[in-house]
Design a protein around this ligand. Structure first.
Ligand code: MLT
Length: 255
């Protein structure tokens, strides 16, 4: 099973992902927030690549059942219902709702992976569940780190490295690209204490400076859910057990 890590979305174009299985990671905070929103009962999330498109998409969808959420410079955008703090995404706030979601790096990375055969979202919250599913799929996969403004970022790479190490510990059959090897090594150096790693990272520091220290504590929680978000037909939903079995046996794609 060949595993490659794309360390920043700027390293490749959309066609790089064509026909592949891709795992998108934006630990601080988009992929953590999406996992949390689905855990807490959101119906679906529509990731978009611009604020303008978020406005347009939300005005055309499902009347009062649609929220428009996300951030610019880590803060809630004027006129949006919620920002990008996972702690805002309680069942009271988002239960049963469709969420049109824009974030600076995370949603753009998800949209960039759209030509993949299958797009999964990982964070520390659901890391082992994603590993388990990838092992069942037995296919080569790409990990796309959302990064920070088209640059490398530490926290997504540590999450990618941990995902690879756990996969390799459970399968004899793992082959790594150079970026995969580098991610594993970086995770060994920085991944022992996730809160500390966040507070040393550029974006972690930026979030602390903007009053989001509690978010870092939450984003560092490891394996609190089995939920796997999957992006297909423009929306992110929870991968159902039935869909997992169909994908594993190659019977159909997620609908
Ligand atoms: C992003 O997509 O850039 C982030 O999730 C930023 C943030 O921390 O809100």
């Amino acid at each position: 099973m060949k595993i490659n890590v794309v360390l920043s979305p700027s390293n490749v174009d959309e066609l790089h992902f064509s026909g592949k299985t891709t795992v998108v990671i934006d630990v601080l905070r988009a992929s953590t927030t999406i996992v949390t929103a689905l855990m807490n009962g959101a119906k679906e999330i529509v990731p978009v690549g611009s604020v303008e498109f978020a406005m347009k998409a939300s005005s055309n969808m499902f009347g009062g059942q649609t929220l428009i959420c996300g951030e610019r410079n880590a803060k809630k955008i004027d006129g949006f219902n919620l920002g990008n703090s996972p702690l805002e995404y309680t069942n009271d706030a988002i239960g049963g709702k469709s969420i049109v979601f824009f974030t600076t790096n995370g949603t753009k990375a998800i949209v960039k992976a759209k030509y993949s055969n299958e797009v999964l979202l990982a964070s520390f919250l659901n890391l082992s569940a994603v590993v388990k599913y990838l092992l069942e799929l037995k296919k080569p996969f790409e990990i796309l780190c959302a990064g920070n403004n088209n640059n490398f970022c530490l926290e997504d790479t540590v999450c990618a490295g941990k995902l690879i190490s756990e996969t390799a510990s459970l399968s004899q059959n793992v082959e790594l690209s150079d970026s995969g090897l580098a991610a594993v090594s970086i995770a060994k150096t920085f991944g022992k204490n996730l809160k500390k790693m966040f507070s040393e990272s550029e974006h972690g520091n930026f979030l602390i400076g903007n009053g989001f220290e509690e978010d870092l504590k939450y984003c560092a929680k490891l394996n609190i859910t089995e939920l796997i978000p999957v992006f297909a037909s423009s929306v992110i939903k929870t991968l159902s057990r039935q869909s997992q079995e169909q994908q594993v046996s190659g019977l159909s794609t997620i609908s």
